[in-house]
Design a binder for this molecule. Sequence first.
Ligand SMILES: [Zn+2]
Length: 135
Amino acid sequence: MPTNNRLAKYRSALEAKLAELLASRSRREEITIEKAPDAVDDLQLTTLRELAISKLNRDFRLLREVRAALARLDEGTYGICLNCEEPIAPRRLEAIPWAAYCVRCQEAIDAGEAEAAPDGEFDLLDPGVIAEQSK
Ligand SMILES: [Zn+2]
């Protein structure tokens, strides 16, 4: 188990990331493309929309991971791989404080060789986020 000192460090890193993600969510009106300026053709506009949507989806996923990591901190299971239940290397947690898997399991998941744990974190989200996601 990581020391309390280290856990406090991860917690503040996670809280900072959470604040950053929530701030970017409230700024999303600014990145929403309402209508095409004359110079932008439809194809370009579609591409811009898709980029904005994929960024929103990425942010949403990250937000969920950060919140799940904070919940694991509260539960005392932080830093334990969700797949193999081995400790996640501190180096990895310092780089990605919301990492849910050890490097080996993450690589297997990315390669499609292992399945990620089912998402059970929806209850951690405020309804606004879910409504936003389903738009
Ligand atoms: Zn693992």
